[in-house]
Design a protein around this ligand. Structure first.
Ligand code: MN
Length: 320
């Protein structure tokens, strides 16, 4: 590989940054602030936009999708919580992602809590579907995010986006964009799970998805390299490449303390980079999303910094 290609992996390709500062899908405040932390955090004196330019990409920041922030407190039994505001915001996020894809740019979506994935992936899926292509999905997370309003103990929408994308849950939400499911179940891979609700486990087995989940226990046994290769193989069954959504709670709390639903026993700092470096090497990644950075809970901004570094690994940054 020539030096130019190694250090300028972007090679003139276009990237479009979109913020999705929606934090009310989580049970705790603060992930809405993740968007501005990700956009403005400096690593070695540069923000994410300049770093991506340094990698050889042409980068546009499209600002934030319009979020309908609830001006009320949800009643105790509302499930999904803040549904109307969430639904409106999801449409807006979906449209923002479609606009970026229509400009020929690879979306970099800055969350926000993980509920934004219902809208963002709806947009990605719709854009490629309209071109007769179909994309897969790789989901990094400590949790399955596969609750439905029926199984969710909390009603928080950030615990439901993967089931929504797969066509289960609230009818209106599932039908966003006019079609469902947003992805064929055989094209979805999940990496990093270690904390699942009973209803989610049942759903995973009943849908035949067990072998598409690379849990922490699988990563212990086979190593991150083999697990991420397995995930890539599954998501690459889709003819149009795949989208990646990365919940920072997939990472062990030692390295990423700034997130709302921490679970011990997660992937290490280096495993997270390895996974995304491996994904970049495929050349098949069609969009990248990072979610659940919560600056209120962070310690010295380390989680936002790590999240920015992970974006760079996903876009081809290498150590040497
Ligand atoms: Mn998640």
């Amino acid at each position: 590989m020539s030096e130019h290609r190694r250090f300028k992996p972007g090679n003139g390709k276009k990237v479009g940054i979109i913020g999705a500062p929606l934090g009310f899908g989580a049970g705790i405040i603060g992930s809405d602030l993740g968007t501005s932390a990700l956009r403005n955090t400096e690593i070695r004196g540069m923000r994410i936009l300049e770093h991506l330019e340094t990698l050889g990409y042409e980068v546009n920041d499209h600002g934030d999708a319009e979020i309908s922030v609830p001006a009320r407190v949800a009643p105790e039994n509302e499930n999904p919580r803040y549904f109307e505001e969430f639904y409106r915001s999801s449409i807006s996020i979906s449209n923002a992602v479609i606009a970026v894809l229509e400009s020929g740019e690879i979306p970099v979506i800055l969350g926000g809590d993980h509920s934004i994935a219902a809208g963002s992936f709806s947009g990605i899926s719709k854009f490629f579907r309209d071109k007769d292509e179909e994309v897969g999905l790789i989901w990094f997370d400590a949790h399955a995010d596969m609750n439905t309003p029926e199984t969710s103990p909390s009603g928080n929408t950030h615990g439901m986006p993967l089931s929504t994308i797969l066509g289960m849950g609230d009818e209106k939400l599932v039908g966003l964009g006019g079609f469902s499911p947003k992805v064929k179940r055989e094209f979805v891979a999940h990496v990093g799970a270690r904390d699942l609700d009973f209803g989610e486990k049942e759903l995973i087995y009943s849908m035949g998805l067990r072998d598409q989940f690379f849990t922490m226990s699988d990563i212990d046994r086979f190593g991150m390299r083999r697990c991420v290769e397995g995930a890539i193989e599954i998501a690459s069954r889709a003819p149009g490449g795949f989208a990646v959504t990365f919940d920072v709670d997939a990472i062990d709390p030692r390295f990423a303390p700034g997130s709302g639903t921490l679970v011990r026993g997660g992937i290490t700092y280096r495993e997270a980079h390895l996974a995304l470096e491996t994904i970049h090497e495929t050349g098949q990644m069609r969009s990248f999303e990072i979610v659940e950075v919560n600056p209120i809970l962070d310690e010295g901004n380390v989680t936002a910094m790590l999240a920015c570094e992970l974006i760079l690994s996903a876009f081809g940054n290498v150590v040497l």
